[in-house]
Design a protein around this ligand. Sequence first.
Ligand code: M6R
Length: 592
Amino acid sequence: MCGIVGYIGGGPEKILLDNLKKLEYRGYDSAGIAVKSGKNIKVFKSAGEIKNLIRIVKPCENATSGIGHTRWATHGKPDEINAHPHVSENRKWAVVHNGIIENYADIKKDLLKNGVEFYSETDTEVIAALLEFYDRGDKLEALNKTLSVVNGSYALAIINRDSEELVFAGNKSPLFIGVNGENVMIASDIICFDGFCDKYYVIENGEYGYADKSGIKIFDKFGKKEKEPVRLKCSFSGNENLYTHYMIKEIYETKDAVKNIYEYYSEPHNYEMITKHDFGKIKKVRLIGCGTAYHAALMGVEMIENETDFDCSACVASEFRYKNPKIGEDTLVVLISQSGETADTLAAFELAKQKCALTVAVINVEYSTLAKKCDIVLPIKAGVEKAVASTKAYSAQITVLYLLSLMLKSAVSGCGFSADEVINLYNQCEFGNVNNLKLLANVFQYNDKLFMIGRGKDYFTASEASLKIKETSYINADTYYAGELKHGFLALVNSDTFVIVFATEKGILTKTLGNAEEARARGAKIILFTCFDLDSDITDKFYYVIKVKDVGSSLQGVINILPWQIIAYYTSVNKGINPDKPRNLAKSVTVE
Ligand code: M6R
């Protein structure tokens, strides 16, 4: 959701556009760049994809620096006028912004009274206007005064017509600065630094400053700061060229993620902060996440309850903070997030912290805000995930949550901890007969609704499978507990209905098969999804049976989701949808 890049150096137009492409995966609906060209600021903006922007950007003479942005609309529609950068009335300042200026309406009202004109519906434009309003020739003073009147979250990259510097400020929104010789890059995602620099500075809340060819000056309310850069550890380039879309590439990377997890959690110093922790006063565990991460949380509850006696439950992050949750020093709050930047999950963290709970982040982006804030960090080691639809991260989340359940067991009971079951999972991790899955995708693409039912953990897998199909194929795939069938939704079932029955839980298999029969008796076409060898007199009655490997452990959920991710992917492609960028969605949801 929204991306920032800024650059000091020759040919900024191309560098900005190339890096905006790298930020595309975060989701956006318009884009723009502003370039300092001699004594002017040239701005190019367009709605829609970056290719529209690339078409209109012209080379700028004497261009020395610039800023760029991918915008996911919050204040004002996604059009060219609302796209960033926003320039001040006299075109002296240009600004790109991630975050939300909460008091922008009041500021705008005041500035309008002072004769300032506005052109867009955005909150961001007030920043450009304030900078010009307070500009008496000292850029830091103008920035300071501007920041003193705004409330909210921001990562800001700013250029000024009369100087060579890139000005920046950060508050509750990620911002990083990389340096390569005389060239400087500002970005909201370190993915931009791949191939550019090997060290970067993290701009913390309340920090601001400017960068020029001689280096970076960072300040906070106490004055100038000396900061150490952080080493860039990961390389982000992968085998993109082998795949048509990130989504399918990332599904197939699940195996690598599982292997990485095994290797990482086989090292005692990576798990001992849990296994050696004194959990004496902890009575409850609360797992929090949004979307896919919430589905992982539901799995995590079952796993932790299976291995320990903790009172355990899951909550959607956007609900958690409005519930007055009964948490405190006796609570372990597990925050699950691929990006570590999801606004609702961060807000849930703040509440947990306020109430003195012990916090654990189950996280993919290890340099993210959530990872920096939580007491304990358990990385999921999935590598960069770019497709909006989360795939390998989900499998990695439930794998790490399973290990967390074993770590907690080890901590409270004194038994040893081993990650060995994960290597068994790795050895059995198969993607099934993809041609058969493609055939199902061919069938699903012509349906506007699908029903998915299951019991226990199968219900959670079904929920995640249905989310994948909804977001990538725009099919209304509804999930129900199988036992709920006759309490209502059976009324919707007729001979046009596909009912997908998830049946991989041994103890309740016959019950689930009974529910499949109830739907079949009403004419539904049943697709049975199971890991068991069932007699043909059962399976012959069904429209289709998908059989997956029985790994015989709590990690069955990883095996179970893979075919559904593949089916969702091919259904999306068949329908002519770009599965990497579903409409209206963003990779990382940084607003409430
Ligand atoms: O980065 P996070 O894991 O915190 O993101 C949470 C959800 O926004 C995310 O899982 C979303 O539901 C995905 N698009 C699902 O594929």
